[in-house]
Every structure is written in structure tokens, then in C-alpha cells.
Design a protein around this ligand. Structure first.
Ligand SMILES: NC(=O)c1ccc[n+]([C@@H]2O[C@H](COP(=O)([O-])OP(=O)(O)OC[C@H]3O[C@@H](n4cnc5c(N)ncnc54)[C@H](OP(=O)(O)O)[C@@H]3O)[C@@H](O)[C@H]2O)c1
Length: 244
């Protein structure tokens, strides 16, 4: 009997997977806000969560800049989003967060092109990449995820999402594959960023941390104003930005 049940288990999991994944991925951005006339920048928009975020913003009518380090990949995705949404205002601009010269050039070009930036999604990031340094000599994770992306108004955790993030670890790739039926899709992973970017009336919660489209708990260390100030000062110092 147990043997039969074990044999049936994979079949049951396969059938039930969409329901199980739905149960585990709570948090959907239900805002119906339209974004025509708004300008958005999504970093790392050529794949994963960033791509889905950019698609949704374009669907709602925003002019969306895909800020990517690989222009060719970015152009392919821009075409795909234009075709899918009918919004031709999906533009690709070069941005390599592992190089502060590239970040400054991106910012200067953007300021020359646009008067306003309404939505900034600092999405690009790396995980578990082999030890390497950015063009400015910072360790890659520190350089790209923290110093490169700068300071965000909201911080969000997308949940565990099936994306290219685990590309540097065979073990994690294998784990992601094994559990792929249950972890979030990139579209589900994009919901919290979208929620924070477009939901009206969230201003009073600025600076909070969000997960599954709600304010989420953060550790005592992350709430410590002295540590935050020190991190800010050290980051400015590393980047040669005058402190204020
Ligand atoms: N997936 C998860 O479970 C999970 C969990 C927690 C947090 N997150 C965060 O969510 C964000 C999106 O991750 P994802 O899951 O969508 O991963 P992903 O599929 O690997 O996408 C990451 C994006 O960041 C870009 N990127 C990496 N280094 C860059 C650089 N130096 N300059 C510019 N762009 C760079 C990548 O561009 P290339 O394609 O050119 O490399 C890619 O477009 C990341 O910040 C990640 O840390 C994800």
C-alpha cells in the first residue's frame, strides 16, 4: 500500500503543483492604476523579475527604460514587450552596476533625455557569484547589490523566485529545478515591487520593508538608526560622495 502511495506521490504533486504554488505565493498587486505619461526605469530588466516588472509597467502605459548591462539582450526583451503590450515606448539604455563610471553616464544621459523620473525599480542584483571585483575594486556582491544600486525608498523581498539568479551555483540550480513547481514564477515575484511602485496612498510607509505586498518584519540591526547612519557614511566614503 505504502509503495503504491509513494509511486502516486510524484503524479499527485505534478497535478497539484499550480495550486500549491498559488498557496505559497501570496501577495498580488491589485492596483488598477494606469501609467500613461509616467516614466519608469527598471534595472536588470532583461530577465527574471525585472523583465516581468517592466512588462507590467509598459502594459499600464508608462515609458519604460530597461537599464541593462547587455544591450543586445535588452533590445530583444524590449521588442518582446513592445509586441506584447503594444507600447512602443520601451527603451534600452546601458547600465553596468559593477562600474561607477557606467552608473554616472547612465544617470547623466537620463537627465539629458527626461525631465522626470516617476518610478525607479532597483531590481538588478547578483547572488553567489565567484569571488570577483567591480571596475572600482569592490567585491562584486557589495559593489552591485549595495553600492551600485544605491539607496532605495522601499526595500522589497520578492520571495523565492524561479529565475537566473542561481546561475552561479550548480547546487542551487539543482534545488531550484527540484522545487520549481512550488516556488514563485518571475511574474509572481514582481508583485511586491509593482505594489510598492504603483499603489496609491503608500507614502506614509516610505522606508519600510515589504514582502508579499505587505509591510514585513526586519531585524533589530536593520532598524538601528546608528548602524544605518554608519552604513550610509561608509558607503558615501567608498564612492567618494560628499556626506550630508
Ligand atoms: N529570485 C529570488 O528568489 C530572489 C530572492 C530574493 C531577492 N531577489 C532579488 O531580486 C532581484 C532580481 O533577481 P532575479 O531573481 O530576477 O535574478 P536574475 O534573473 O538573475 O536577474 C538579475 C538581473 O540583474 C542584472 N544584473 C546583474 N548584474 C548586473 C550589473 N552589474 N549591472 C547591471 N545589471 C546587472 C542581470 O543582467 P544579466 O542578465 O546581464 O546578467 C539580470 O537582468 C535581484 O536583486 C535579487 O537579488 C531574488
Amino acid at each position: 500500500m505504502i509503495g503504491v502511495l509513494l509511486l502516486l506521490l510524484p503524479f499527485f504533486l505534478y497535478i497539484a503543483a499550480p495550486q500549491i504554488r498559488k498557496m505559497l505565493s501570496s501577495g498580488v498587486c491589485t492596483s488598477t492604476v494606469q501609467l500613461s505619461g509616467k516614466v519608469a526605469v527598471v534595472t536588470g530588466a532583461n530577465t527574471g523579475i525585472g523583465k516581468e516588472t517592466a512588462k507590467e509597467l509598459a502594459q499600464r502605459g508608462a515609458r519604460v527604460y530597461l537599464a541593462c548591462r547587455d544591450i543586445q539582450k535588452g533590445e530583444l526583451v524590449a521588442k518582446e514587450i513592445q509586441t506584447l503590450t503594444g507600447n512602443q515606448q520601451v527603451l534600452v539604455r546601458e547600465l553596468d552596476l559593477a562600474n561607477t563610471k557606467s552608473i554616472r553616464a547612465f544617470a547623466n544621459n537620463f537627465l539629458a533625455e527626461e525631465k522626470h523620473l516617476h518610478i525607479l525599480i532597483n531590481n538588478a542584483g547578483v547572488m553567489m557569484c565567484p569571488y570577483s571585483k567591480t571596475a572600482d575594486g569592490f567585491e562584486m556582491h557589495m559593489g552591485v547589490n549595495h553600492l551600485g544600486s544605491g539607496v532605495t525608498t522601499y526595500s522589497v523581498h520578492p520571495g523565492t523566485v524561479n529565475s537566473d539568479l542561481v546561475r552561479h551555483s550548480i547546487f542551487m540550480k539543482w534545488m531550484w529545478w527540484l522545487f520549481s513547481f512550488f516556488i514563485k514564477t518571475p511574474k509572481q515575484g514582481a508583485q511586491t515591487s509593482l505594489y510598492c511602485a504603483i499603489t496609491e496612498g503608500l507614502e506614509s510607509l516610505s522606508g519600510h520593508h515589504f514582502s508579499d505586498c505587505s509591510v514585513a518584519w526586519i531585524s533589530a540591526q536593520a532598524r538601528n538608526a546608528t548602524i544605518a547612519r554608519r552604513l550610509w557614511d561608509v558607503s558615501c566614503d567608498l564612492l567618494g560622495i560628499p556626506m550630508n
